[in-house]
Design a protein around this ligand. Structure first.
Ligand code: AMP
Length: 478
């Protein structure tokens, strides 16, 4: 037995399906907002993060998985995505024609050597977006609205959106000076990390979670009192836009985020499950003023956020927010005897090519055991093939839901199944849209509103929102 690496976790079977569901919902909303997918490497040169995330951040100081590769380069497993995404935009010269903003979404694992605890892993998955070349308030609020919409579509109610502003450079300098004066009187009583933060980046002290330090931090000066007029107006505008969109929020003047590149608006999404579970922020982000130019791009600004898939999946499970995700197979073939096994082997290949998810029972020998397996596979129909059936070119079909059994000619099998699954779908969810693959790629063909069976409706504007999922038939997306 090998143990799993501390702080990592396996995402398997139903849990993996739930992660895919979250990612699919988020992807659809991101596409709706005009974002394009970016896939960047897990490995980056260490300097990228030291420059961007900042050498005063906990991430760079304590949490990066950094190693020297065989060529003597310092490489880091990405602890976050913004820096790599912006690097990829710069490398691909996406800013060259000044067609801003460049909008990216991404999904995948990040790595941080943090203390493992509830909702905190050393390898964790994020879904996030970056809108690069975005200096307007509208882009900031649009980005918050995008995150909010993703969570709403996933079924979240009672979300808590916390916002704050780190102001412009002048506001921050004034504020840092006020913090310096205040904390210089208290720093000796505070934790070792805060003593470090006092020297490296005093704003970080506001992030401290040590309970003994909190009363001191709570009495510290607030950024709101140090904003320049422009920064204050900007923040007021953000608030009025959020109000206009009916997105509830609260101002948290201690919210500073743990990454040095943020400036201007910062925000976090929080949610407490009805059983009281709260795994920390489920997503967070903000505006960045200088990151793009620091990574070699033009002097343009950006805004983005990242959601933690692990935390979102956990609270969704706690509050039963997941829809029932299809788990079973359409067909479960039960061969009785050696000849039937050979025949079933070929038949499964044909049925799968027709788009029906199919399992064959090669392992169990008795009917009873086969039915038990079919049940565990959550099969819809059992196809029973024995000596009699083979001799007469027949097939016995048992509906495992209703327990009805029927025998048909083998040559009628395809039309029987096409019929059965069409009818099933229509009666099950009143869907207008169904599809079978018949030589079409997955997701390509669809019958809907006058389209004939198998007719292709992808790229057909009218049917844009109808897509097909596995199992050889498709569901209405909504
Ligand atoms: P950050 O990249 O630190 O701004 O974090 C954005 C989101 O990623 C957080 O709100 C969490 O949901 C998630 N996240 C960050 N670190 C972890 C971690 N170690 N384990 C699980 N989720 C995390």
């Amino acid at each position: 037995m090998f143990n799993i690496v501390k702080g990592t976790h396996d995402v398997i079977q139903a849990e993996a399906q739930r992660y895919s569901y979250i990612e699919e919902v988020m992807t659809n909303v991101a596409l709706n907002y005009g974002y394009k997918e970016f896939r960047t490497p897990v490995l980056e040169n260490s300097d990228l993060f030291i420059r961007s995330v900042g050498d005063s951040s906990d991430i760079v100081r304590k949490e990066m998985y950094t190693f020297e590769d065989k060529g003597g380069r310092s490489i880091t497993l990405r602890p976050e995505r913004t820096a790599g995404i912006i690097r990829s935009m710069v490398n691909a010269k996406l800013f060259a024609n000044q067609d801003y903003p460049v909008k990216a979404f991404y999904v995948g694992p990040n790595f941080r050597y943090e203390r493992p605890q509830q909702g905190r892993y050393r390898q964790f998955n994020q879904f996030g977006v970056e809108c690069a070349g975005a200096s307007t308030i509208e882009r900031d609020v649009e980005t918050i609205a995008l995150g909010y919409t993703m969570l709403k579509v996933l079924g979240f109610d009672n979300l808590k959106l916390k916002i704050n502003t780190l102001g412009d450079k002048e506001s921050r300098e004034n504020y840092k000076a006020a913090l310096k004066e205040y904390f210089s009187k208290h720093i000796e009583e505070m934790c070792g990390d805060c003593k470090e933060r006092f020297k490296l980046n005093i704003l970080r002290i506001l992030d401290c979670k040590v309970p003994e330090d909190r009363p001191i931090i709570d009495k510290a000066p607030k950024i709101g009192d140090y904003l320049t007029e422009e920064a204050r107006n900007r923040f007021e505008k953000v608030k009025s836009y959020l109000t206009a969109l009916e997105i509830p929020f609260e101002v948290d003047s201690e919210l500073v985020r743990g990454l040095d590149y943020y400036s201007g608006i910062v925000f976090e999404f929080h949610y407490t499950a009805s059983n009281g579970n709260n795994y920390g922020a489920i997503g967070a982000g903000g505006h960045y003023g200088n990151l793009i130019s620091e990574i070699g791009g033009p002097q343009i600004e950006g805004v983005g956020f990242a959601f933690g898939i692990e935390r979102i999946a956990k609270v969704m499970e706690d509050d039963s927010l997941f829809p029932e995700l299809a788990n079973g197979v359409d067909l479960f073939i039960m061969p009785m005897g050696e000849k039937a096994v050979e025949f079933s082997f070929g038949l499964a290949y044909v049925l799968r090519n027709l788009g029906y998810s199919t399992e064959v029972c090669y392992e169990a020998k008795s009917m009873g055991a086969m039915f038990k397996k079919a049940e565990r596979r959550e099969a819809t129909l059992a196809l029973i093939i024995g000596e009699d059936e083979l001799n007469n070119n027949m097939i016995t079909i048992k509906n495992l839901g209703t327990k009805e059994q029927t025998q048909i000619n083998l040559q009628d099998l395809q039309s029987y199944l096409d019929n059965f699954f069409d009818i099933e779908l229509e009666s099950a969810d009143d869907s207008e849209c169904c599809c079978h693959h018949e030589g079409h790629e997955h997701g390509e063909c669809c019958r809907h509103e006058g389209h004939e069976h198998g007719e292709c409706c992808q790229d057909d504007d009218e049917h844009e929102h109808h897509c097909c999922h596995g199992h050889g038939h498709c569901h209405h997306e909504e």
